[in-house]
Design a protein around this ligand. Structure first.
Ligand code: PHE
Length: 439
């Protein structure tokens, strides 16, 4: 089978960072950092990204390129045995991720509408919080917007417009970063904002708990799209000449930059407006509208922000749905269209409990968590790190000679022993210790 390649190294970096930069950075990072003590969480997050995160990103890319196949098939072709199960596990994981990602993507679509009508903006964060809570509790609109986000994602996957999306991301991603800079400027100049900066930048080590470190590790995986085979399938389209180490560095820097910028955008405003930093998943949706209300042409800024956020979310959600669809095509020989429709219906059914978690099913809990929280926790904090251990062991031990020669043919580097050390020893031990400690 001959496979298409990315048009250029830039195209590959854009696609992989498009997958990485999304709701994870802008919706999830600020509220998880807010909940976990700010500065100390930032430190733990950066520590996870720039050790285990960056090494696994490279490992997944190299596995993908060596096999020239997507995850499950790559594991089978390179080693076989039980290894293809690592690929199947990752398909299950991204399936669950998509089910609750669609719910949050739906909130973004709804907030575009609310920005156009002006309803989303307001001075009073108590009222904004109440409006958000009221909105996500409504079962009919939650399901409607979840389906809409899922529908748009699948339309992109089926419409063959992914190349077009990548081209657009060359313009729209920088636009999102620039817009964030403007919003940061507004957020930082609010009276009382410095308290938020201090919260975000000064680590308070009394807040260092194992649950916090598990959250940091989980968010590192989530925000880099790691541990789910996504980067493996992206890597399979990279040409042999592309320097993967350089690309890895770029992608991790862009993804962390987006998270850190989102922190600087949201947390100072949280303190300026007297919102509880531990308010949870609504944090970005409550504070941003209050920032817009403090800006000239606030409504226009709001529309631009939620539109760009939707675009960033779509470049991520497409990267989640595509591997599920190709799994059914590659493994079972389904037609692309039927695979896409069946995936959509299945994801939608799985998303129903997540969409209802803030309303009718708010009290239905398993392990003390709502369906939404449980899906989030089980994927980010358990399945992705588990996938990470498998990739690390696979690259660092099982097929190391292959990985090594792949890296050498790519120019090599003094960092190769460090890379192997992280894959073979540091990553499995670090993830294992963090988990055990948390139990
Ligand atoms: N990294 C994406 C984000 O931060 C989410 C994602 C998770 C994408 C898992 C692919 C796989 O929004």
């Amino acid at each position: 089978m001959s496979r298409a390649n990315w048009g250029s190294r830039l195209g590959f970096i854009l696609a992989a960072s498009g997958s990485a930069v999304g709701l994870g950075a802008i919706w999830k990072f600020p509220y998880v950092a807010g909940k976990n003590g700010g500065g100390v969480f930032l430190l733990a997050y950066l520590a996870c990204v720039f050790t285990v995160g960056i090494a696994l990103l490279l490992a997944e890319m190299v596995i993908g390129r060596a096999a020239n196949r997507s995850a499950t098939t790559a594991f089978r072709d390179l080693k076989g045995g039980l290894w293809p199960w690592a690929g199947r596990l990752s398909v299950l994981c991204i399936f669950i991720v998509m089910a609750y990602y669609s719910v949050v993507g739906g909130w973004v679509i709804a907030y575009i509408g609310k920005s156009i009508t002006g309803e989303a903006l307001g001075q009073d964060t108590k009222a904004l919080g109440a409006a958000f809570t009221h909105f996500i509790a409504d079962p009919a609109s939650s399901l409607f917007y979840t389906a809409l986000f899922l529908g748009v994602t699948v339309a992109v996957v089926l419409g063959g417009v992914q190349k077009g999306i990548e081209r657009m991301s060359k313009v729209l991603m920088p636009a999102l970063f620039l817009l964030m800079l403007v919003l940061i400027a507004r957020s930082l100049t609010l009276p009382g904002a410095l308290e938020g900066v201090r919260y975000f930048l000064t680590p308070d080590f009394s807040k260092l708990t194992s649950a916090m470190v598990v959250d940091a590790l989980g968010l590192a995986f989530f925000s880099l799209s790691l541990g789910m085979g996504i980067i493996i399938s992206y890597g399979s389209y990279v040409e042999k000449e592309t320097n993967l180490a350089g690309a890895t560095l770029w992608i991790s820097i862009l993804a962390t930059l987006a998270s850190v910028l989102a922190g600087f955008m949201v947390l100072p405003a949280v303190f300026a407006f007297g919102v509880d930093p531990a308010a949870g998943p609504g944090l970005t949706f409550i504070t941003m509208p209050a920032i817009f209300a403090q800006m000239p042409f606030g409504q226009a800024w709001a529309i631009a922000f939620f539109l760009l956020l939707l675009f960033a979310a779509l470049t991520s959600s497409v990267s989640i749905v595509e591997p599920i669809v190709s799994y059914f095509i590659d493994e079972f020989g389904w037609k692309r269209q039927s695979a896409a429709y069946i995936t959509t219906v299945a994801v939608f059914i799985a998303s129903i409990p997540a969409a209802l978690s803030f309303g009718p099913m708010a009290k239905s809990k398993l392990f003390g968590r709502t369906a939404f929280d449980l899906m989030d926790y089980a994927t980010s904090n358990i399945m992705m790190p588990a996938g990470g251990i498998l990739v690390a062991v696979f690259a660092g031990w099982i097929i190391w000679p292959r990985i090594h020669s792949e890296l050498l043919s790519n120019g090599g580097g003094h960092w190769i022993p460090a890379f192997r050390g992280i894959c073979a020893i540091v990553a499995p031990i670090m993830i294992g210790v963090i988990w055990v400690h948390n139990l």
